[in-house]
Each structure stands twice: as structure tokens, then as C-alpha cells.
Design a binder for this molecule. Structure first.
Ligand SMILES: [Zn+2]
Ligand SMILES: [Zn+2]
Ligand SMILES: [Zn+2]
Ligand SMILES: [Zn+2]
Length: 323
């Protein structure tokens, strides 16, 4: 039995992109005097002056076109109007302010001025209290532990981001994902017509146990021309926390059985990345049909599994990421 060669899961967009073009609007920059420990009330007027000063510098650093913070190279036209480097590529060499030819002039003064600024992490509203020099802020934000998670749903492009409770509600309400309580499971995946792959190449179930949420992915994909089935668990939280848990998966029938045991990957790792590193239970097509029994026309896989909490964190995990 053949499966169409387009039997491939739709890849998710990469999660690691740093979105230079977005910032959280509700937090004004913090001056250096704010970020230091409290020096007493005597310099409160200094702090105020400094805050006012910083806010006008902050305005200078806002791109007049997209209103995002500008990072080097900051450009300017011959009349001195500034522009961020992303917008510059989109204005066809015309200054959007005065319509003069833009040329290739850097605004070094503004780039230098930015170095003196300190700003709160843009995930301040999610609990990050850190404050950074202007140029290291972006780097921190790309790794910040408070940064929102991407929607873990695979199979369609979904741009929803948020914290875990928000994403759990989103999976339930918008993707109609099955939710289960408990740390053991016993599911049967049935596909009556293995040729019909469009809507049946992936499945997501969310498990709630130990006060945490886990995503169980079961899906079919092409591996070097051969269709294979794969099941793996992802932890809805950070990688360090994911290491506190282990899981096992078992699939079998007719006196054969495959067992997988591992640590769930964090949903910080995209679904695609985990799949491409084969970090889960892999079932070859022939075995899958064998486990299904019958006339090999229907796929019936019984997947059982268990999630448990580890007593200690394993150190020095090798890197399974396919980069
Ligand atoms: Zn811009
Ligand atoms: Zn201009
Ligand atoms: Zn942060
Ligand atoms: Zn989604």
C-alpha cells in the first residue's frame, strides 16, 4: 500500500525568529537612575528630569514610519530625517518624510546616543523585571524566560502566542484539541483509508497532570520516501522544567511491541524540530500495518503511555536538536 508522496506534515514556521519589528507598546523606557537601587528621596527631582530626558531620546529612536525602536544601522536622508533599516528597504530610496532621495547615510550620532539608554525587557508585562542596555535588550528578549510561547498545534500555521494557560484555552477552544487529565493514557488511532492523508497525518492530545500540561503528537510523515509514524510528547513550559519529567510510549500487537522512553521536549522547540530529530517513538510503516492486523487496509494503532516526575534533573543532556 502506497501513500502519496505529499504525505508530509505541514511545517510550522521556525520559533526562534527574533521579531525586530515588534515591541510591547505599554512600557516607557526607564532611565539609568530608575534601574539602580534606591538612593533615597533626595534625588527624586533628578530622576524626574532624567525620565523626561530619556523619554525624548526614546522618541528620537522611534522610526517615524513603523514606530518601532531603531537599531543600527539607523539611516537618515540628506535633510536629517531618520528611518529604520527595515523600512529603508521598503521606501524605494525616497525619504518618507520629505520625499528627497534617501541615499546611504548612517545616523551615527543617534546610534551612539542609543547606547546610553536602558530599557525594560518587553516581557515586563509577563513578569520579567530585568532592565537592559539598548543594544543587549533584543538579545535578552529572544531568550527571556518570560517570553510568550508559540501555539504548539501542528498541521496548520498558527501565529497565536501567549503564556501556558492562554495557550491551553486556545488549543481547547480554537483547535478543538482533546484534553485529558491524568498521567497515563491508552489511545487508539484509526485511519480507515491510509491513502487519505490530508486530515489524518497528525493528532494532538493535551494531558494535564502534575499541575502541568503536555502535548502528545501522533502523526505520519515521509522519511526518505517511506512513510513512518511517530509519537512524541512536548512539555508546555521551559526546557529546564521539562527535564523534571519523563514519559514512555508503547505501541504493539500480535506479540510484538515497541517502547520509547524519554524526556519530553519543551514547546519552545518547534514541533518540526522535534520531529526532525526523531526524538520520539518511531513506527515503520510495515510494523504499523502489522500492529494493525487485518488486511493491511486500515491503520489501527494502540498507543499507551505514562508521564512521571523525575526525582532529580539529569545533567549534561546531549543535544538532539536537528539544526
Ligand atoms: Zn521602521
Ligand atoms: Zn527627509
Ligand atoms: Zn525578559
Ligand atoms: Zn493555535
Amino acid at each position: 500500500m502506497e501513500v502519496d508522496s505529499n504525505n508530509q506534515c505541514v511545517p510550522l514556521t521556525e520559533e526562534d525568529e527574533i521579531d525586530l519589528h515588534r515591541r510591547h507598546p505599554q512600557f516607557p523606557p526607564v532611565s539609568k537612575s530608575h534601574s539602580k537601587t534606591n538612593n533615597g528621596s533626595s534625588n527624586s527631582s533628578n530622576t524626574l528630569t532624567s525620565a523626561i530626558h530619556t523619554s525624548s531620546v526614546h522618541e528620537l529612536l522611534e522610526c517615524p514610519v513603523c514606530a518601532n525602536f531603531m537599531y543600527p544601522p539607523i539611516h537618515q536622508c540628506q535633510n536629517g530625517h531618520t528611518l529604520c533599516s527595515i523600512c529603508k528597504t521598503m521606501v524605494h530610496n525616497r525619504c518618507p518624510t520629505c520625499r528627497q532621495e534617501l541615499g546611504d547615510i548612517r545616523c551615527l550620532a543617534l546610534e551612539k546616543l542609543a547606547e546610553s539608554l536602558e530599557l525594560p525587557c518587553k516581557y515586563n508585562y509577563l513578569g520579567c523585571l530585568e532592565i537592559f542596555p539598548y543594544y543587549s535588550k533584543l538579545k535578552h528578549e529572544s531568550l527571556c524566560n518570560f517570553r510568550p510561547y508559540n501555539c504548539p498545534y501542528a498541521g496548520s500555521e498558527c501565529s497565536i502566542v501567549g503564556d501556558i494557560p492562554f495557550l491551553v484555552a486556545h488549543l481547547r477552544n480554537d483547535h478543538k484539541v482533546d484534553m485529558h487529565s491524568g498521567s497515563t493514557f491508552n489511545h487508539r488511532y484509526v485511519k480507515s483509508n491510509p491513502r487519505e492523508v490530508e486530515n489524518a497525518t497528525w493528532m494532538l492530545t493535551v494531558f494535564h497532570c502534575f499541575g502541568q500540561y503536555f502535548c502528545l503528537h501522533v502523526e505520519a510523515f515521509q522519511l526518505e520516501m517511506a512513510p513512518v509514524y511517530m509519537a512524541f510528547l512536548r512539555f508546555m513550559g521551559d526546557e529546564t522544567e521539562a527535564r523534571n519529567y519523563s514519559y514512555s510510549l508503547e505501541v504493539g500487537g500480535y506479540d510484538r511491541k515497541l517502547i520509547w522512553e524519554g524526556t519530553p521536549r519543551s514547546i519552545r522547540d518547534s514541533h518540526r524540530k522535534v520531529r526532525d530529530s526523531f526524538d520520539g517513538l518511531i513506527i515503520q510503516r510495515n510494523m504499523a500495518l502489522f500492529f494493525s492486523g487485518g488486511d493491511r487496509k486500515e491503520l489501527k494503532l494502540r498507543v499507551t503511555g505514562r508521564i512521571w516526575k523525575e526525582q532529580h534533573n539529569p545533567e549534561g543532556m546531549p543535544n538532539l536538536s536537528a539544526t
